[in-house]
Design a protein around this ligand. Structure first.
Ligand code: NSS
Length: 433
């Protein structure tokens, strides 16, 4: 079947010829002697014209069986037509129903988002959702190309882990044979730190898990994160890498997925402005700015979504906020030699209200200080033996960051909620489909 049919996207190559198409009915209307079908095949949608006097009786009779999302095989001739959406139209010579469709639950009218999420397995077929999936695919490809072209080595980190990566508050755990509790990875970072000492520049890219009890539009319980880790890189160099990386991803999508951004009605002007250098502001400056604007945030508190929105207001480019207080961040971050109340780290806040897309830092490379931090946080020391070894056998300055794939795709697509930018979202209140 495959070799003989043409994708909607490739119809131009068959102009003036007879070919077969396989797909789903996205639209249909008929009037006595002629029917107009929308045929969607994943690469595009084309109008198919079925005229009573140009098809056999079986084909004409099957028109009666058509409903939204019926799967069909159409044979017909391809005609160029400048008025048609993709520039081509097909005049059918035969039509065969492959799979009938019950009354399709998603109708061309407004549905509540819960209804759509309950039907996510079907909702994915719709234009906007498919466009988001293609942009996501492009972002993933851009990420892999960026690192491959710069000689980073992909090192996959485990999903079942024995150590807490970020914080004890948001762990999924499961019984693990005779070895006690295993946690689903919140991050691959600790493992890529080990790999950086073996290979220099590395990254991991995979699903990560956080039992986030928040029901915000920015939180999933399962999300994808890409985490580069680089030997001999300091916090400043880490930010340079991040702005180059994020700009590369955005420009790549603009280059290759313009038609999908059009489907999404994304204003591309703000994306076109994304190029290094990004704006930078220390945490202390950020708190001063927030307080000057009327906030009662105290120095030491982590920044919340509402703070991020204020800080990025009116900015075209993403904003780095760097050197947060020790108490606001994870145990592994390097103490700032110039101000030991803070650590050498940064968040990167996307413009247009999308908030934090990256968290990164230089890692604590001093054995005693790292051990002290593990103890202060009450983490189980034995689980970090191997991690401390990295400071025992040739410790080295190194830095890295984690970019949240869904947050990045949501920003690029202009999607208001993360649940739309992953095929099957996992949230506190959603485990199916
Ligand atoms: O917690 S992070 O800020 N940082 C880390 O996990 C580090 N271990 C990364 C590293 O240095 N290798 O998370 C990084 C990013 C954050 O900026 C978000 O973009 C995303 O991961 N993130 C999330 N996305 C969706 N849902 C949830 N719950 C979520 N949590 C973080």
């Amino acid at each position: 079947m495959n070799a003989l049919h043409t994708s909607v996207r490739d119809l131009a190559s068959k102009a003036g010829q007879e070919t077969a198409l396989l797909g789903w009915i996205s639209q249909f209307r008929s009037s006595g002697k002629i029917a107009f079908l929308g045929l969607r095949d994943g690469t595009g949608t084309v109008q198919v014209v079925v005229a009573r006097n140009e098809v056999d009786d079986d084909s004409w009779d099957s028109i009666a069986d058509l409903a939204l999302e019926t799967s069909v095989r159409v044979t017909g001739s391809v005609r160029q037509d400048d008025r048609a959406p993709g520039g081509y139209e097909v005049t059918a010579s035969s039509l065969e129903v492959l799979g009938t469709a019950d009354e399709y639950p998603i109708q061309p009218k407004e549905h509540g988002v819960d209804f759509l999420l309950n039907h996510r397995h079907l909702w994915l077929r719709h234009g906007r959702q498919a466009a988001i999936m293609r942009v996501r695919d492009e972002v993933v490809k851009a990420i892999r190309d960026f690192f491959y072209d710069r000689d980073f080595v992909l090192v996959d980190s485990p999903i079942l882990t024995g150590a807490i990566g970020e914080s004890a508050g948001t762990l999924f755990s499961t019984e693990y044979f005779d070895l006690g509790t295993a946690y689903l990875a919140q991050t691959g970072q600790l493992y890529v730190e080990a790999a950086a000492a073996a290979l220099g520049k590395v990254y991991c890219f995979g699903p990560t898990f956080r039992a986030e009890k928040s029901k915000t539009r920015r939180h999933l319980t399962e999300f994808w994160m890409v985490e580069p880790e680089v030997a001999w890189l300091d916090s400043e160099g880490n930010m340079l890498l991040q702005e180059e990386f994020v700009s590369f991803i955005v420009q790549r999508v603009l280059e290759r997925r313009r038609s999908d951004l059009d489907i999404l009605e994304r204003d591309v002007a703000p994306l076109e402005a994304i190029a290094p250098p990004f704006d930078r502001m220390s945490y202390t400056e950020a708190v001063d700015a927030l307080r000057a604007g009327g906030s009662d945030i105290e120095w030491g508190a982590d920044l919340g979504a509402e703070h991020e929105t204020v800080l990025t207001e009116g900015r075209q480019k993403p904003l780095f906020v760097y050197d947060y207080p020790v108490e606001a961040k994870a145990f592994y971050m390097k103490e700032n030699p110039e101000d030991p109340r803070t650590v050498k780290c940064n968040d990167l806040l996307a413009p247009e209200g999308y908030g934090e897309i990256i968290g990164g830092s230089q890692r604590e490379d001093d054995y005693d200080r790292l051990l002290a931090r593990i103890r202060e946080e009450g983490l189980p020391e034995r689980a970090y033996d191997w991690y401390l070894d990295l400071r025992r056998y040739g410790t080295f300055p190194h830095s890295g960051f984690g970019l949240g794939l869904e947050r990045t795709v949501a920003w690029i697509c202009g999607a208001p909620h993360l649940r739309e930018v992953i095929a099957f979202p996992r949230m506190m209140t959603r485990l199916t489909p």
